[in-house]
Design a protein around this ligand. Structure first.
Ligand SMILES: Cc1ncc(COP(=O)(O)O)c(C=O)c1O
Length: 397
């Protein structure tokens, strides 16, 4: 291992959303160990830190744009990591994936139009859809045993004449599924036949677990390419969320022209000078770190599942295919979400994202962030075992 994922770095006092804002986000709680929001407790790789340092040393931070080399680095990354050939003209920089999604909603749909989501899903999707005067159309995922799938028959029924967009989450946060090409192809065929564009949030695409392969929706069929806007970023992959910066990829020229118009109406202008160099360094020099990170997260997942099997067998984790966010199935404890949260936050003092915030299907589930040093995870699991005690043992029959 060339990179250190084990050292605990004190993040308190850095205005960290995850560590420093307990009173804002979990009022009345204290002493919480945070394994919630999707950022990592690891430093960005030294290759990125060096690029940032060189830029900081320059000392002048005037208006900045993404240079050609930034687009070249993005294209080379997408080719190398995902086998996707992306010409320069398909790429539109955005300040972030969610700003890019909002721009797509505003540019490609009208007020009152329906936008499909597949809950349980990343909760800002419905917030941004409703917040911008569009209608949320739900097509919940289906759960069979421990496997989550898209309900494509349900999708056919859910799309009505006013539905214009589907927001895809691929890999899917929070169920951690990496969607198969065949599923994506069928999804795209349904959407294309019904005049629905796909905004595909692929921010977790680089974070597949070893053995799983992300397939960009735009590559599964010509019709998928023609109706899709793919939202990407290096910020999730390399823990640069505090810097921002993202990319929308739109192969279809007409769709791209509409989105470009939207971008110029919404985004005021320049890029973040630090984000530009950090992102380019990530795409050029981040492969080795990323592969070690993926292995470390997978080892954390196995450590956690072995712990539950030994100590709290009624708690199960859904398989982790993509992202560093694992979904825990705590329904076996027979507690409602209020009680579950009271024990997690009040007694165990561990802080996850509770399933119900992700919408329908999230009841009894909790999302845990595994991008942390093993000792933090171990402390979290020990606190859980202590707090749930006998309640977490498998009932004897
Ligand atoms: C699915 C998904 N999309 C978007 C984001 C955030 O993207 P950004 O910070 O670029 O707006 C996250 C962060 O957790 C996410 O999980």
């Amino acid at each position: 291992m060339g990179y250190d994922f084990d050292t605990i770095i004190e993040r308190r006092g850095t205005s960290s959303l995850k560590w420093d804002f307990t009173q804002r986000f979990a009022p009345g709680r204290s002493g919480l160990l945070p394994l919630w929001v999707a950022d990592m407790d690891f430093p960005a790789p030294r290759e990125i830190q060096e690029a940032i340092q060189a830029r900081v040393d320059h000392g002048v931070f005037g208006y900045t744009l993404e240079p050609d080399s930034w687009f070249d680095a993005a294209a080379a990354w997408l080719q190398r990591r995902h086998g996707w050939t992306v010409p320069r003209e398909w790429m539109l920089p955005t300040p972030g994936v969610i700003p890019g999604l909002v721009a797509a909603i505003l540019a490609l749909t009208e007020p009152g139009d329906g936008v499909v989501i597949q809950p349980p899903v990343y909760y800002p999707f419905p917030l941004r859809i409703r917040g911008n005067g569009r209608r949320v159309v739900e097509n919940p995922l289906r759960l069979t045993g421990s496997r989550w799938d898209m309900d494509l028959d349900g999708l056919e029924r859910a799309i009505d004449s006013g539905t214009r967009m589907l927001v895809l989450c691929s890999p899917h946060n929070p169920v951690a599924r990496v969607w198969e090409p065949d599923t994506l192809r069928r999804l795209a065929a349904i959407c294309a036949a019904r005049g629905v564009v796909i905004a595909s949030d692929e921010i977790h695409c680089d974070l597949t677990m070893p053995g799983f392969r992300h397939v960009p929706i735009a590559t599964v069929s010509p019709e998928a390419a023609s109706i899709s806007v793919t939202l990407l970023s290096a910020t999730k992959t390399f823990n640069l969320a505090g810097l921002g910066g993202a990319l929308s990829v739109v192969p279809d020229p007409r769709l791209r022209a509409r989105l470009e118009k939207g971008h110029s109406a919404i985004f005021a202008g320049p890029a973040n000078a630090i984000a530009v160099v950090a992102t380019e360094a990530a795409w050029r020099r981040g492969d080795a770190w990323l592969d070690e990170l993926r292995a470390y997260v997978q080892a954390n997942f196995h450590y956690m599942t072995a712990f539950f099997a030994d100590t709290m067998p009624v708690v199960k984790a859904f398989p982790l295919e993509g992202s560093y966010l694992a979904l825990l199935d705590m329904r076996g404890l027979g507690m409602n979400d209020q009680r579950l949260n009271d024990i997690l936050l009040g007694t165990a003092k561990v802080w996850f994202d509770e399933g119900p915030i992700f919408g329908r299907g999230g009841e009894g589930l909790q999302r845990i962030n595994l991008a942390c040093p093993r000792r933090i995870l171990d402390e979290c699991l020990t606190r859980m075992a202590r707090a749930f005690g006998g309640a977490a043992e498998e009932p004897s029959h």
